[in-house]
Design a binder for this molecule. Structure first.
Ligand code: NAD
Ligand code: MG
Length: 399
């Protein structure tokens, strides 16, 4: 009998944001299945040493860095090591490796708005797009989903909650939740490192405390988002677009153990959950192999060591970002893009010591108050409003 592994044409994969937390986990899963996958391109922003080390191990056809001087350095390093990877620089190179003909699968794991254009390039080329970069969908939701449909891209959510919900819905489901009997989506949240803290205690928290997540090891921006609950706000918007849900159909459930990754509630009273250890390699492996399953290097969940599962409501008084996200989604148009841009500026300002933790929601709210909401059906408008929100946020920071 033919070995199952040899019956595959190997899939060619581009990893956008290869040097990040999701990028590294993706490479870990890919390396477990060399018979199924080969790597077309790896990309990074400025971490050229990390990208060099990945190129030495994974030998991609192309590597991309943001700046030409870093690319020149990498070309030199790889040349001396006898690695024939083509090294390129800049935004256009990112879009090209995302949409290249020879690519089957694109992992979209750049953090923030910087991921929008390369992720859209993958969508427009009809790729299998593994979406970790939630900010891209938050910024451009309607347009993004239209492009997915128009170009027949396969969009698979990698965010653990959305991946869980995807697994809890009937295979191949498209369209409205009501048609498949789903009444509610239950989006779980760990509550972050400051769960149970009140606003006065939050005033003095440091970036190091905010980035020390109790259950997940992640990049610094998403770690701060988890600490403010903006991550759950972004995920609420992400879920609305991915599953064609209204915000009121989504309940956020704080579940400190991060073992249930999210749930779907059905009209007959069934609630279907996806459980597992908190390790992003599980959703990454799911996205890579769907509709099949492959090993991810993740241990099975030991329910006896978990012992108990707790649930509570989010504290929106101490963590207003969740409310801001819900309001931005209800406002529609460019409001989520404005919110996302303001959040990126505020989080960076917190991480670099320019503002305290509790100023983050205020900066976002000021930007939303100052900027009128426009229709978000054109990419140019979305990008211009993103830039405008950043300028307004910077002005508020300077006060
Ligand atoms: P990270 O900070 O660890 O890595 C980000 C990657 O993006 C790096 O490779 C970096 O070089 C690249 N990058 C950053 N700015 C760039 C720019 N301007 N141009 C080109 N490349 C750029 O982030 P992460 O934790 O891996 O998260 C990546 C995305 O996945 C985020 O959108 C995050 O919300 C989402 N996500 C992450 C996790 C997680 O567990 N880490 C879970 C769910 C979703
Ligand atoms: Mg998540």
């Amino acid at each position: 009998m033919l070995d199952i592994a040899t019956s595959y044409d190997r899939q060619s994969v581009t990893v956008l944001g290869a040097t990040g937390s999701i990028g590294a986990s993706t490479l870990d899963v890919l390396a477990r299945h060399p018979e199924r996958y080969r790597i077309h391109a790896l990309t990074a922003c400025t971490r050229r040493e990390a990208l060099r080390d990945q190129c030495l191990v994974h030998r991609p056809a192309v590597a991309v860095l943001a700046h030409e001087h870093d690319a020149a350095w990498l070309r030199d390093e790889l040349g001396r090591a006898g690695v024939s990877t083509e090294v390129r620089a800049g935004e256009m190179a990112l879009q090209e490796v995302a949409g290249a003909n020879e690519v089957d699968v694109v992992m979209a794991a750049i953090v923030g708005a910087a991921g929008l254009l390369p992720t859209l390039a993958a969508v427009r080329a009809g790729k299998r797009v593994l979406l970790a970069n939630k900010e891209a969908l938050v910024m451009s939701g309607a347009l993004f989903m239209e492009e997915v449909a128009r170009h027949e891209a396969i969009l698979l959510p990698i965010d653990s909650e959305h991946n869980a919900i995807y697994q809890c819905l009937p295979p191949g489901h498209r369209g409205r939740l009501a048609e498949i009997g789903v009444t509610q989506l239950l989006l779980t949240a760990s509550g972050g490192p400051f769960r149970g803290w009140d606003a006065t205690r939050l005033v003095a928290v440091t970036p190091e405390q905010a980035c020390a997540h109790p259950n997940w090891a992640m990049g610094r921006k998403i770690s701060v988002d988890s600490a403010t609950l903006m991550n759950k706000g972004l995920e609420l918007i992400e879920a609305c677009w991915l599953f064609d849900a209204r915000p009121e159909q989504i309940q956020v459930v704080v579940h400190p153990q991060s073992v249930i990754h999210s749930m779907a509630a059905y009209s007959d009273g069934s609630v279907i959950a996806q459980l597992g250890n908190p390790d992003m390699r599980t959703p990454i492996a799911y996205g890579l192999a769907w509709p099949e399953r492959i090993a991810a290097g993740v241990e099975h969940l030991d329910l006896f060591s978990v012992a108990r599962l707790d649930f509570e409501a989010p504290d929106e008084a101490a963590f207003p970002c969740l409310r801001l996200a819900r309001e931005a989604m209800a406002a529609g148009g460019t409001a989520p893009a404005l919110m996302n841009a303001a959040n990126e500026v505020a989080v960076e300002a917190f991480l670099t010591g320019r503002v305290g933790f509790t100023r983050i929601p205020g900066i976002i709210e000021s930007v939303l108050d100052a900027c009128d909401v426009k229709a978000a059906d054109e990419l140019d408008v979305i990008l211009a409003e993103d830039a405008r929100a950043r300028r307004v946020a910077e002005r508020h920071l300077a006060r």
